[in-house]
Design a protein around this ligand. Structure first.
Ligand SMILES: Cc1cc2nc3c(=O)[nH]c(=O)nc-3n(C[C@H](O)[C@H](O)[C@H](O)COP(=O)(O)O)c2cc1C
Length: 185
């Protein structure tokens, strides 16, 4: 079975995008689509890294653990909120920590905001950074506007049927890239 890592990057007090990460974890399990794990950057409590992991002399065990999870993942789903038209600094800090781990890794992006535009601007810089690292960018994206009313605190969507339909179609795209990647290995 394929193994999907969901990165939940918000470390903000009262964060809401984590609800979408929990939702995807539950959906993937419910439909038995893949093995799945949330990599929650709030729990990692990373410092602002001074250098990439592979050049660090005494890396934090949390940083090595994060790298190992990305290395082992068949695909990565990043749930990013939009902060001032970009992604959170916590996410860029974690992306820039790694190099080879991202190479040819299928990566899909879903964005979250509390307004109507659902973080569409954050996608651009994220896709560009990961493509520079040689990741396999899944062109399909998913946007979650009005997060505060679209999901409850346990990651349950207000309209489960509609949310599941679009999310499953999006996940199928990620799974397609995971299978394509495996065929070329
Ligand atoms: C520093 C900051 C900047 C933000 N900038 C944007 C923005 O550019 N576009 C947008 O739609 N929402 C923006 N928002 C609102 C977020 O979409 C909203 O707070 C969302 O819940 C953030 O995800 P989080 O709660 O998981 O941190 C911003 C929020 C913060 C804290």
């Amino acid at each position: 079975m394929n193994n999907i890592v969901i990165i939940s990057p918000s470390v903000r007090t009262g964060r809401k995008s984590h609800r979408v990460a929990v939702y995807f974890e539950n959906l993937i399990r419910e439909k038995n689509l893949a093995g799945v794990e949330i990599v929650d950057l709030l729990r990692y409590k990373f410092p602002l890294f001074e250098e990439r992991l592979k050049y660090q002399n005494t890396p934090l065990k949390e940083a090595s653990n994060f790298a190992e999870k990305i290395r082992q993942a068949d695909g990565v789903l990043i749930i990013s909120p939009e902060y001032n038209g970009g992604s959170p600094a916590s996410l860029k800090n974690a992306i820039d920590l790694l190099v080879e781990e991202w190479y040819k890794k299928p990566v899909a992006f879903a964005t979250v905001s509390d307004g109507n535009f659902a973080g569409t601007q954050a996608i651009v810089s994220l896709q560009f950074s990961l493509s520079r690292l040689g990741a396999m960018i899944v062109p399909a994206t998913l946007r979650f506007p009005l997060i505060q009313s679209a999901f409850d605190e346990n990651g349950v969507p207000a309209d489960k049927e509609k949310t599941d339909k679009k999310s499953l179609s999006f996940l199928n795209e990620l799974l397609w890239y995971i299978e394509a990647r495996k065929k070329m290995s």
